[in-house]
Design a binder for this molecule. Sequence first.
Ligand SMILES: [Zn+2]
Length: 57
Amino acid sequence: MSLFNDIGRKVETLKQEVEKASDDEATHQCSECETRLYTDHDECPDCGSTAVLPLSD
Ligand SMILES: [Zn+2]
């Protein structure tokens, strides 16, 4: 049975697409710990650094 292999591959592809979409939506990034953020923060919620920079493309 290759059915389970097919389903597993589809789930894996879906996960990668979700992660890629998340990266695309990030607007800011902490330059200390590289956490990607989706709104502007004065301080990084992860490490507390104030070095949160807008992502430019
Ligand atoms: Zn940080």
